[in-house]
Design a protein around this ligand. Structure first.
Ligand code: GLY
Length: 381
């Protein structure tokens, strides 16, 4: 039996691929599957506009996974009947003042130096595409290839697909430890039981570093990074925007984003806060989200505020995922996806499945093995 710890988008995705291949696989989740960072996310598939200096090594992986998404969504639809709302209107980053325009000019030349297909829009051109943008929007860059999905529908579809392929899902069961002997995995433990297995895939998001029994050299140093978010409800037949819009940030919201879903839900995020496992909402966080979103899209003022929540991104030391084998035989890692868990899920599922079944570490995941942190593995993050 292959045990997957964590029933988020990566755990379920890997489980689905393994179950499809005829493996006996069980996913364990400490709560309800798909209700952690997967549920809290915004569903953006935007490696272009989210490309960052110093993270160029992540770009090929992100672009490859993005290219898989349309097929992944179609396969989920044909397998489960669940449409995960894959939307191709693209992503726009807007600026309000002269400083923002200079920042966007810089971003554009960086993106172009990476060979990415992004282009400049004047404020007028941006409003032609998205007429409800604020009059103050004076500049924008636009990426037609950065798409989005409804992450909550993806979780539902993956759960259905996994179960339909013969996978076993055990919810509300917390795995508290991994048992190893002679450098190999032999079991996992709950508070009451020991479950024998020689293959464990650790996909527990922000909780991935906390399990007892994992040798230090195999422990993924992942920490929670809090994100507060809100949603307002648009009229689905009369939405304020159709593309994903990013705008200027401030303080705990480094950049504001607005991701419209086809059911009219407009997801607005997010704070980025080093607060450990705290998921409390703060007045300041929500105020910043509303104010920054209103600056870009004033029409949200009259919309019903339908939800507010906080999620915990699983962040590694270099903000890139930790994938593939560890130093402990039978302990495989699929964690640390930081802000990119939804984007990287199809590739994570495929690559980790290939490794587990054939022992192949694919070229695309070689830069993301745990051993890149070897020198620092025993110190704290
Ligand atoms: N990927 C969106 C976020 O981390 O806020």
């Amino acid at each position: 039996m292959i045990a997957i710890i964590g029933g988020g988008i990566c755990g379920l995705g890997i489980g689905w691929r393994l179950a499809q291949a005829g493996e006996n696989v069980t996913v364990y989740d400490r709560g309800a599957a798909g209700m952690g960072a997967t549920w809290a996310a915004a569903g953006m598939l935007a490696p272009q506009v989210e490309a960052e200096h110093g993270e160029e090594f992540l770009l090929p992986l992100a672009l490859k996974s993005r290219a898989m998404w349309k097929g992944f969504a179609a396969e989920l639809l044909s397998t489960t009947g669940i449409d995960v709302d894959y939307r191709e209107e693209g992503t726009m980053v807007v600026g309000l003042d002269r400083d923002d325009a200079e920042y966007l000019e810089n971003r554009l030349s960086y993106f172009q130096s990476l060979g990415l297909d992004v282009h400049w829009l004047t404020g007028y051109q941006a409003r032609k595409r998205e007429p409800h943008l604020a009059r103050a929007v004076g500049s924008a860059i636009y990426s037609t290839l950065d798409h989005q999905v409804d992450n909550r529908l993806v979780a539902e579809a993956l759960k259905t697909a996994f179960l339909g392929a013969g996978g076993i899902l055990k919810e509300n069961i917390e795995i508290i430890g991994v048992v190893t002997a002679g450098g190999k995995v032999s079991a996992i433990e709950t508070a009451e039981d020991t479950i024998l297995t020689d293959m464990v895939i650790l996909a527990a998001g922000a909780w991935s570093r906390n399990l007892a029994g994992i040798p230090d050299s195999s422990r993924p140093l992942v920490r929670p990074l809090k994100g507060q978010m809100i949603a307002v409800q648009m009229e689905p037949e009369n939405p304020l925007i159709e593309s994903v819009i990013w705008g200027p940030g401030n303080g705990i919201v480094p950049s504001i984003y607005l991701a419209p879903k086809s059911n009219g839900r407009l997801v607005i995020g997010a704070t980025v806060e080093e607060m450990g496992f705290d998921t409390e909402l703060t007045a300041g966080g929500i105020m910043e989200l509303l104010r920054l979103a209103w600056d870009v899209l004033p029409g949200i003022y009259d919309l019903p505020l339908v939800e507010s929540w906080a999620g915990l991104r699983p962040a590694s030391r270099d903000d890139a995922p930790i994938l593939g084998p560890s130093k402990t035989k039978g302990l495989v890692l699929a964690t640390g996806h930081h802000r990119n868990g939804i984007l990287l899920a199809p590739l994570t599922a495929k690559a980790v499945c290939n490794y587990v079944r054939r022992g192949e570490v694919g070229e695309s995941i070689k830069p993301f093995l745990l051993d890149r942190f070897e020198k620092a593995a025993t110190s704290d993050v």
